[in-house]
Design a protein around this ligand. Structure first.
Ligand SMILES: Cc1cc2nc3c(=O)[nH]c(=O)nc-3n(C[C@H](O)[C@H](O)[C@H](O)COP(=O)(O)OP(=O)(O)OC[C@H]3O[C@@H](n4cnc5c(N)ncnc54)[C@H](O)[C@@H]3O)c2cc1C
Length: 304
């Protein structure tokens, strides 16, 4: 198994932010993933599981936690098809997954194609957009439990709700997922993939380093609307900035620190709570410890 030491985790996050990890395991097979879990178990260490790193804020002080990392991404990819179902290994990226399904005349999951993560991350986060979500398509998943045993679980056991599953922070690794697809004409699938790509590029700051939506939408409202209404678009802390294109996106202008991103998250939560009574919860998963930048006060980006 490939094992890396003293690894800057920023390279594994779409924000390009994060401290160093002492050890990163990069399994290529289920047996190697099991071996990684067993090594962690023997050392009494709870590993951090990474997929594509597109929904993570990793602390600048990650190494203080002394936690190993297991990354299931591009090394751990592949899709097989049987009838109208696709089974994808956890590290399979979502766009290649949809494109591969299309070549088999299988669609119905185009909604997820623009999400830049892996099947495993999307299963855990119940990723969704355009009115659809992963939970609606998952038949079953193959799980590697914290004790190193592999088991199959139906979607009904995964505790799904909006951007949530019981798998989050459970110590369980998703190895693969079987998804219910729909037989569709290939040109129709291709047209949908293309249309959704164009729509996403017009609405989101896809040309800047980001981690998608930072906050979950509160019931009956939109986090972006609340942040926009608070006049926080463009607000900056160091090299981190609330996107002026999409208020629920936070961008790294280059060399941003995790604490700078955290400062903006913390400020938005406090401000929205004080002005509306709404508690915005992060959709982005925070790993490690964070502290607001001392002495920072909000200044509009127009001045920068
Ligand atoms: C430009 C952009 C647009 C986005 N748009 C959307 C969107 O429209 N809808 C949406 O829902 N999200 C969106 N996201 C967020 C993100 O892409 C999704 O949450 C995605 O599902 C995360 O997948 P990942 O592989 O990157 O997971 P990571 O970010 O690596 O991890 C996310 C969580 O899943 C866990 N995890 C990852 N893989 C595994 C595994 N194999 N086993 C166990 N745990 C695992 C991690 O420990 C972590 O808790 C967007 C992000 C970006 C950067």
């Amino acid at each position: 198994m490939e094992i890396q030491h003293d690894v800057p985790l920023a390279k594994f996050s779409t924000w390009r932010i994060g401290g160093r990890a002492e050890t990163v395991y990069l399994p290529k097979t289920i047996a190697e993933a099991q071996e990684a879990i067993r090594i962690c178990l023997a050392a009494d260490q709870k590993p951090v599981i990474l997929g594509g790193g597109s929904n993570l804020l990793i602390s600048d002080r990650f190494s203080d936690m002394r936690r190993p990392v297991i990354r299931l991404a591009d090394n751990f990819a592949g899709v097989t098809f049987e009838d109208d179902r696709a089974t994808a290994l956890a590290g399979t990226r979502l766009m290649p997954f949809c494109q591969s399904a299309m070549t088999h005349g299988l669609g119905g999951m185009e909604f997820i194609s623009g999400v830049p993560g892996t099947i495993g991350g999307a299963v855990v986060m119940n990723a969704g957009c355009w009115g659809d979500e992963m939970a609606a398509h998952i038949v079953s998943v193959t799980l590697l439990q914290p004790d190193g045993e592999v088991k199959e679980a139906p979607a009904s056991e995964l505790g799904y709700s909006y951007r949530h599953s019981a798998l989050q922070d459970s110590g369980t690794v998703v190895l693969a997922a079987t998804l219910q697809m729909t037989r569709l004409p290939i040109p129709e699938i291709a047209e949908t993939l293309n249309r959704l790509k164009i729509e996403r590029n017009t609405k989101q700051p896809t040309n800047q380093l980001n981690a998608g939506s930072v906050f979950r939408n509160p019931p009956g409202d939109f986090a972006a609307r609340l942040i926009d209404q608070a006049g926080a678009k463009g607000l900056r802390c160091g090299q981190a900035q609330i996107s002026d294109r999409h208020a629920n996106f936070l961008v790294n202008l280059g060399g941003a620190k995790a604490d700078e991103v955290y400062t903006l998250i913390h400020h938005v939560q406090q401000h929205i709570r004080a002005t509306t009574g709404i508690d915005l919860q992060t959709e982005v998963v925070l790993i490690g410890d964070f502290a607001p930048v001392p002495g920072w006060t909000p200044e509009p980006a127009a001045a920068t």
